[in-house]
Design a protein around this ligand. Structure first.
Ligand code: AMP
Length: 421
């Protein structure tokens, strides 16, 4: 496998799949440039090696050419962060892109317009609801052929391919996976991809022990495969948030109106954990409220009570971990050498119920400062750690979201496989 570290970029045009899917405000200004800043090491490396960059990315979920999702909006931010004039091709596979790419000189940065303006990028036909199955099948077949031409056209712009978009690595799209085949000897990961894969592999394949995972979030059903896989890897599993109530019910507790799913599934997991010698730590107390409807509207101005998690009153919901739960979890976490955290342990978006998640973030930071390796990842835990301004105090924050969860489940990510194969 090629490595970006020793690849010779001299005089080459590198087509790089970035994840510049950044949020824009109503004036189309970039409101959070984290994803662009994260890409700087890869950009610098290619320029330092004497190469030029052809940047491809998606922005939003357009269903065709849509002004709102044009990548021209991100040019000022790119120019500021990279310190260069950005060349822009208004059609990612148009004549203009071909012409511009031909004339690229070392150190040039050419940005291609939003890949998802073409259905070919995702390979999903854009039909309306009324289409018949036959029409759908025919459209799929036709798009498959067009997608091949789209991939070839993109590939023809460049001499080598770099994938640095971990956030879309779980999608087998034209730019994230298919194009790699056009560069059998000139394809590689960028530094974001390398960093993400290294961090996850370190935790899942060679963790220093004890290894503790904290899983939270709303539902156990969406995390079942991950829980099962983690039971083969961890010493301790802390289960918090909405998903914990199904387990408490499985153990005979009264959880009131708290979120509850398949109790049999929870029993199964508990049995599995016992057999595998994994210690499960559920909350022992929770912050409850009867006015949960208000909370889910974003209003934290409600009456709360700390309750034994097995004795929640029939008309209340548990929405955050209580102080005794946090104390118990703290002991486990402070003795751990590896920590994986995915999912908040309460409705952290509403400040009345954010304490548990904030405490977890602080404890993970404390354990890290005492030598533990900590990986925080998956949508909401990243949002939480950013909200508490602690992201730079843990070992690694994965930006992967869906890609991270699938990788943790043991799924071969198409974007990763395409480079490794
Ligand atoms: P997930 O996407 O499954 O990781 O879930 C994240 C969501 O879980 C966040 O929006 C939290 O507000 C929510 N959540 C955490 N704890 C609870 C709880 N006890 N009851 C309901 N929702 C919760």
């Amino acid at each position: 496998m090629q490595s970006i570290d020793n690849y010779d970029f001299h005089g080459k045009r590198a087509i790089v799949r970035f994840d510049f899917n950044v949020p824009l405000n109503e004036k189309f200004e970039v409101t959070d440039d984290t994803r662009i800043r994260a890409a700087i090491p890869t950009i610098k490396k290619i320029f330092a090696g004497g190469g030029a960059i052809i940047a491809m990315t998606h922005l939003g979920r357009p269903k065709g050419v849509t002004e709102k999702y044009s990548l021209k909006h991100i040019i000022p931010t790119l120019e500021k962060l990279i310190g260069k004039t950005i060349l822009f091709a208004t059609d990612c596979v148009g004549e203009e892109a071909v012409e511009l790419s031909k004339n690229l000189k070392p150190g040039d940065f050419l940005l291609l317009e939003n890949l998802r303006f073409y259905a070919e990028e995702e390979g999903k036909p854009r039909l309306d609801e009324s289409a018949t199955q036959e029409e759908k099948d025919a459209a799929k077949k036709e798009l498959k052929i067009k997608q091949k031409a789209f991939v070839n056209r993109l590939a023809s712009l460049a001499d080598c391919y770099v994938n640095d978009a971990f956030g879309t690595a779980h999608r087998a799209h034209a730019s994230t996976a298919l194009i790699a085949a056009n560069f059998p000897n000139d394809k590689m990961f960028g530094y974001i991809m390398n960093g993400e894969l290294k961090a996850i592999d370190k935790v899942l394949d060679a963790p220093e022990r004890p290894f503790t995972a904290i899983l939270g979030g709303s539902k156990v059903s969406t995390k079942i495969t991950i829980i099962k896989r983690l039971l083969d890897k961890v010493d301790n599993l802390i289960l918090g948030g909405g998903m914990s109530f199904t387990f408490i019910k499985a153990l005979g507790g009264n959880i009131g109106l708290s979120i509850c799913e398949d109790v049999e599934l929870a029993k199964d997991i508990l049995k599995d954990a016992k057999e595998k010698n994994v210690k499960i730590y559920l909350p022992v107390d929770v912050v409850t409220t009867k006015q949960f409807d208000e909370v889910f509207k974003g209003n934290g101005n409600v009456e709360t009570k700390i309750s034994d998690i097995r004795k929640i009153s029939d008309d209340a919901q548990g929405l955050d971990a209580g102080p005794t739960s946090i104390e118990t979890w703290k002991k486990v976490l402070m003795e751990s050498k590896t920590i994986l955290w995915n999912g908040p342990v309460g409705v952290f978006e509403v400040s009345t119920f954010a304490n548990g998640t904030m405490n977890i973030a602080q404890i993970v930071v404390e354990a890290t400062s005492e030598g533990a390796y900590s990986l925080v990842g998956g949508g909401d835990s990243v949002a939480a750690i950013n909200k508490f301004n602690l992201a730079d105090k843990v070992s690694y924050v994965s930006t992967g979201g869906g890609a991270l969860l699938e990788y943790m489940e043991g799924i071969d990510l198409p974007g990763v496989k395409a480079i490794k194969d």
